[in-house]
Design a protein around this ligand. Sequence first.
Ligand SMILES: [Zn+2]
Ligand SMILES: [Zn+2]
Length: 285
Amino acid sequence: MTLYDNHNHSQFSFDGKKTSVEKSASAAKDKGLSGICFTDHCDFFVPPLKAAFEHLVPETFDVRAQQEEIDRVNALLQETGPATGPGQPPFRIFKGVEIGLQHSCRDDIRNFLSGHMFDCIIASVHYLDDTDPFYGGYYEGKDWKTAYGHYLETIYGEMTWLGDFDILGHYDYVARYAPYPQASIMYRDFSDIFDAILEYLAHNGKALEINTKTYQDYNGRTPVLDKDILLRFKEFGGEAISLGSDSHDPARPGDKFTHFAGYVRSLGFRYLAHFENRQLKMTAI
Ligand SMILES: [Zn+2]
Ligand SMILES: [Zn+2]
């Protein structure tokens, strides 16, 4: 099967020091993936609690250095093997960014994206209301429904403002680090805001990401992917599903992809998406 991992971090991300473009791309190639995209972090405001712990202000990266390194490793890996297998396309490394959506940073985001060329832009919400769900604060005084619902509404508001992106990243990020027994974000609990998000993605040719980093144990809680979200996307005409491991080390590119590719096929999807030069490419599964 031809599989592309569209969401990975390298040494150019603040939290990517355990790997490099060369290590993660080589690992992806060895695993039989057809390509990998490095989507390093770009967040223009770091919430105070996180900034205090990690001394980060802000989390942007040197795009030129990242892209030069990708060109170097792409050439290197082409030399060390002709193709991923019989009938498969040659292995490719793509240039991306994971842009962190924040209302207060709209001007910076627009300026940054207009100044660079990428293969693929993932739009994600990491921080909201000046908090980082990973460091807490966000969940205080909120029940699970309020916390998850407000996150989804923030995604909708910021992504429709941006427009200029290819993939909606991890809509379920907020559930990973949450303190509630309710570990999964289900369509039935947030149908109105999901309808708005999914209709927008489907009608604007954007891809919905299955972020395989979400579906693992977090403090004894394991979020699951709700098939009703995928089926509703399909009802709106959405076809572009993107698989992303959100890897920060060389062990994870392509993690659980065979499983999730089979799962989306079982729901009636016929393709998986990746992006080259901001153009949507669909590969049959
Ligand atoms: Zn992210
Ligand atoms: Zn990421």
